[in-house]
Design a protein around this ligand. Sequence first.
Ligand SMILES: *Cc1c(COP(=O)(O)O)cnc(C)c1O
Length: 482
Amino acid sequence: MLKAWEIENFLSERDNQLFINGVSAVTLAEEYGTPLFVFSESRIKYNIERLKRAENYIDCALKVCYAAKANSNMAILRTVKDANCDLEVNSGGELWKALQVGFRGEQIIFNGTSKEIWEIEAAINAGIYAIQADSLYELSLIEAAARRLNKTANISLRLVPEIETNTHSGLQTALLTSKFGMMPDEALRAFQLYKDSEFLNLCGVHLHIGSQNPSAEPYSEALKTLFENLENIYLETGLKLSHLNLGGGFPVNYLRDRSQAEHFSPAEREMFSADFEPADAIKNAWQIVKEAARSSNAENLLENLTLLLEPGRSIISDAGICLTTVRNFKQRPLFSGKLEEDNQLSTINYQLSTDHWLLTDAGFNILLSMETYKWYYHLISAERTNDEHDFPYKLAGPLCDGGDVYFDIEGEGRLPDYRLLPENVQPGEVLALLNCGAYSIAQMFQYNGRFLPSIVLVREKGEVELIRRRDGFEDLINNDSW
Ligand SMILES: *Cc1c(COP(=O)(O)O)cnc(C)c1O
């Protein structure tokens, strides 16, 4: 029987070890050192195909633009490009990386709230598919830049339509309290102002409801909102938009292995174990929009339309594993009285009077969201996969910072207090954090003078390619003058 974390053709166990596309995680850790990120080319491609399946359920073209901010390592971008997936970027830096990798202009869309002139100019010069304007003011900057360059900029307006989801508050992006986008009235005004500009091609509207959205319904609401805007814009200005952009946010099931699921609040549990097919969400959303179009006799507005998606997490998260080595351990007495109080320990059914601490080499400098969002990454032993994972440990990283722990130090219980691993874990044992591909290496930093890790990509045929070398001493001071 497959273990809960196993994934066919990707993650498996053999000889009591974790294998990633047929390659031993323990061997990789020995060869490249830890912490080490391991990515799977075939899983990235599988995830892209899974999203593209939505095309079967809609009566228009689908354009999937991977959200580069989730992970923009150059080999990852190349893999995405080779899978015939387009790209969403958030800065002139990401745009430059995209062009270096070989994405063509029409494959790129550009988001962001504080675009600088050089970034706008670079986007116009690259002839990208859409610059997603965040405000009326920004639109005026784009128009002026296009006029200077004597080029036409393709524009989509980002809307902030007041759609709430049950994800983490920091990941909600379609509320008026969030910093993004324009209210529908403002957007309409923008279309009225610029519809005749020879330097702007106003071709779409965009929204992004947030990340790791646990349920599919908000996507229907969001697509309906986009269509209503399209319809209204047509009625008020005569402009017929050529694309609607539904954003990203499709969830990843971080709780495939339910062994610690009861240690989350119901809301956190729902969010981390969210698991719906993006294609199904799109299918339902499209049916609702089609119905709306029919009832207002506006079906012609759905003709020659392209639907854009901007998935990041759902493409790259489960394709990345972080291998880490236990570097230190210690035992601490439990505070008296804690044992009875501590629900988690009693459900684990351990009558310990001692906390067993494991100190790893993977800290929040490479997994920032574990600290900021109390994000959950399931942990297993990479070299004892078959042993019962039933012994509770306190887990912490290497940083000189009390917050560098794998539990919720604020005591709000948003992460399990203990992680379950085989008994008697010793320094030197290699552990694997799963689903680590998104918003991890994209946010890493050298806090405490720590070397940023190596990254390897396991190619489809099983070859292992080093796609980022580990930092050396020089990398710690590269940009300093003294
Ligand atoms: C972050 C972001 C995405 C990607 O979100 P995921 O949850 O990673 O799919 C897409 N679009 C915009 C505008 C974003 O800010």
